[in-house]
Design a protein around this ligand. Structure first.
Ligand code: ADP
Length: 503
């Protein structure tokens, strides 16, 4: 099969990445880190270092925050007419579409995901985030209120941009996550310092180039690549940052909350998950089985909303497990640059060891690997961080593999034997997480009654809409604080002000 990108573009990109260290984007200009330190960028499909990026630290973060502060306090960005801000966001969306091949190739080299997925995430996911949020720039309003306090009043509320936002993103969908974080903040008039994950810093630098090309004023978006415990922690600590928006692990989310108490920054957290998939006997299995497979094997399971716990009714259990096993066997694992690849490598050696460690623990606890369970072998796979699509049966709710987020292509399958929705919901709710959930049944009452009982920010019935910028996303319990996307996601970048006038 021919790849859907130009081999010349890939060759040029590789050459450029090998010879030019990626720089920080601060106050509208590209610069090395003040310390001169860099970080190595590894291609997870080969295990080789293929690029370097500046390793920013506390000093660079301070420069970036001060630039964002000036762009905010001087009114350059929040004072710009909303329609003009919207036009810039839309222009950035257009540029992302134009450059989506280079962005997607960079993402595939850096993160490992299949090129087609990376291109969709950039050309559709990221650009639609910008367009959706551009629409909000001109539509955010307050309310007029009639107080009961004696006297004659004019009272109203208004929404104002929160200020300087520190946006910290993970490595699983680096480009679209970065865009989804900055788009609502910019639409509302906030300025931003973006900190990409150290494993995948490269596509954010292209975002910086396109932001400059689109004509955003200097300092409105600043991008500091670097490590979490240096650059990330400095951003959270910085007294001039008004809000942190973070996507990543629950452990780091808790650290951020602790660090943010010093200045009582606003914090939005989109954290881990252990999302249940419940399949009833009357479900369309020809749709449910492939969707459940993609829900855990898509992006090698490195998805916060991955459907990692599957609950199947006893009477269809064998059929569903067989169908999933077949899908796992057929799944084409390989380099994201190969046109027929359906599942790429895990992002890093650390992640590979973590996932293999979980599988081993599951087996020790009594689970059985129906399929997979090991590092992938075979031509071109041995050097990379590939793991087999894995289905664990014989699992029970108390096992570590059923309670903790693995963030890999590992599905735990369990059965239920009756139609007691309270009992099924109790199984589905039996983790500390509450990010997403999936229900498969043709009985709308069963679906909605279970949806009411499930403690999760998202319930997908008979298939999901993916991540849509209009649909709020976020978690119950330890899956996070607040919501992204939709009106809630926009309002999270505003402060509400009440104004009362005694007439
Ligand atoms: P993972 O554990 O899966 O690598 P993390 O939650 O550690 O994911 O990382 C998500 C993002 O959080 C990354 O950009 C990382 O650099 C950043 N990060 C990690 N530790 C901290 C910290 N102490 N403070 C702020 N950001 C951090």
């Amino acid at each position: 099969m021919t790849p859907s990108f130009s081999p010349e573009t890939l060759a040029l990109l590789r050459k450029d990445l090998a010879s030019n260290t990626r720089k920080l984007f601060i106050d509208g200009a590209f610069a090395s880190s003040a310390s001169g330190e860099t970080l190595e960028v590894i291609n997870p499909a080969t295990g080789n270092v293929f690029a370097h990026a500046a390793a920013g630290d506390r000093y660079d973060i301070d420069l970036a925050v001060r630039a964002a502060r000036r762009a905010f306090d001087g009114g350059v960005w929040p004072g710009m007419p909303p329609a003009q801000r919207a036009r810039l966001l839309t222009r950035l969306a257009d540029l992302i579409e134009t450059h989506c091949e280079r962005i997607a190739l960079t993402e595939t080299l850096d993160n490992g995901m299949p090129f087609s997925m990376a291109r969709f995430a950039a050309a559709v996911g990221a650009s639609e985030q910008l367009r959706y949020n551009a629409g909000w720039a001109t539509k955010i309003t307050g309310e007029t209120v009639t107080p009961s306090t004696p006297g004659e009043w004019h009272a109203f509320s208004s929404r104002e941009p929160i200020g300087v936002v520190g946006a910290i993103v993970p490595w699983n969908f680096p480009f679209v996550m970065a865009v989804a974080k900055i788009a609502p903040a910019l639409a509302m008039g906030c300025t931003v310092v973006l900190k990409p994950a150290e494993q995948t810093p490269l596509s954010a630098i292209i975002l910086g180039e396109l932001i400059a090309e689109a004509g955003f004023p200097a300092g409105v978006v600043n991008i500091v690549t670097g490590f979490g415990d240096t650059a990330g922690a400095a951003l959270v600590d910085h007294p001039m940052v008004d809000k942190i928006t973070f996507t990543g692990s629950t452990d780091v989310g808790k650290k951020i909350v602790r660090a943010a108490t010093g200045t009582l920054k606003r914090v939005t957290l989109e954290l881990g998950g252990k999302s249940p998939v419940v399949i009833f006997p009357d479900a369309h299995l020809d749709r449910a089985i492939p969707a459940a497979a993609m829900g855990i094997f898509g992006n090698a399971g490195q998805v916060c909303a991955a459907g990692s716990r599957l609950f199947v009714h006893d009477c269809i259990f064998e059929q569903v497990v067989e169908g999933l096993t077949q899908r796992a066997i057929e799944l084409k694992v390989g380099s994201g640059l190969a046109a027929d690849t359906e599942m790429g490598p895990l992002v890093s050696n650390e992640q590979l060891e973590r996932v293999l460690g979980y599988i081993e623990t599951g087996l020790i606890e009594g689970a059985c690997a129906k399929v997979g369970g090991q590092r992938s072998s075979g031509a071109n796979l041995e050097q990379g961080y590939f793991v087999q699509p894995t289905i664990l049966t014989g699992t029970t709710g108390g096992m570590k593999v059923c309670k903790e987020e693995i963030f890999g292509p590992v599905l735990c399958v369990m059965k239920f034997e009756d139609d007691d929705l309270d009992r099924i919901a109790a199984l589905a709710n039996s983790t500390d997480y509450g990010l997403s959930s999936n229900i498969w049944t043709r009985d709308i009452s069963t679906a909605l009654r279970l949806a009411k009982r499930i403690k999760a920010g998202t319930v997908r019935i008979n298939g999901g809409a993916g991540v849509d910028p209009a649909i709020p996303l976020g978690g119950f319990k330890q899956s996070g604080w607040g919501r992204e996307n939709g009106r809630a996601g926009i309002e999270a970048f505003t402060e509400l002000k009440s104004v009362t006038v005694a007439l």
